[in-house]
Design a protein around this ligand. Sequence first.
Ligand code: 48Y
Length: 345
Amino acid sequence: MYRVAVIKGDGIGPEVVDAAIEVVNAVTSRVRFYEFEGGVEVFKRHGVPITQDDLEEIKKMDAVLFGATTTPFDLPGYKSLIITLRKELNLYANLRIIPDFTDGREIVIVRENSEGLYSGQGRAFDDRAVDVRLITREGAERIARFAARVAKERGSFITFVHKANVLTSDKFFRRIVLEVAREEGVEVREAIVDSFTIKLVRNPWDHGVILSENLFGDILSDLATIHAGSIGVVPTGNYGDDIALFEPIHGSAPDIAGKGIANPIGAILSAAMMLDYLGLDGSRIWNAVRSYVRKGNLTPDMGGTATTMEVTRGIIQEIHDLDPFDLDELWMEEVRLGRIPLRME
Ligand code: 48Y
């Protein structure tokens, strides 16, 4: 039995996570969910976005499923819950898969998830403020290895997107990426981040595995979601050496929270990535989602009129229609650990 920590968050977080849990339960009975609280409400009571006790419990789990939280700009002392979790759980690699449901193509982005401009070493003074764009050898090496592994599993190459023509930190990062890729036998192409944005708009599918620093990766991955039809369908895996956390790329969308119209697909596909990570098979969920999106009524962000629940039920129906097999019969203990959770066709 796998133990998964669930942090639903706020806004539409709880709605989409509930949908993802329903879908997981439709394909396997091997996952048990344990709910934890985090975010602004916890901060108001404890002064931290998640308590140390909860963090210790979560570290003992096999994976985390996360919804979304609102991070206010102006709450003194508050630090983003998701960024805290990435740091505390040492989730250094962020993998985002942006699907084109019509023809199966994907944009794959590996975002360095622990340093760069998110190093957490910023300081404000009376007359200035500074953020530190930290790239360490260790951090650069491990993310380059992760990207190489993803590229190999997909029979692909890396496009390293940087600003090494200007930034010292990216010059350093670039040297290490090229070194690691050579060792790993993976081809690296390069692009300068500003002009790459145009390529990502015009011709997004031909870049293999896109690898970039934390903030660049944040921006590029949001931009890339336009090719999926909605930011609401894009999943994310955050991986460390001991545990991984899965979350939709979208935020808490307070404007539509509680209306029952949030797109659950990003959370559902995040759960599919999680099943792959656990050694269970996420591909049944991917296939069901693909098939549903082609013919089913979608939520308003994708031009439809469906509710979160209708889409979720529709996907579960597809799971049963497409493949009456019981996943559990196909399950093998050996495949469980150490595998990077790419989805299988
Ligand atoms: O996961 C993301 O891409 C989000 O934009 C977060 C980020 O900056 O990495 C947002 C963090 C937050 O608002 O709590």
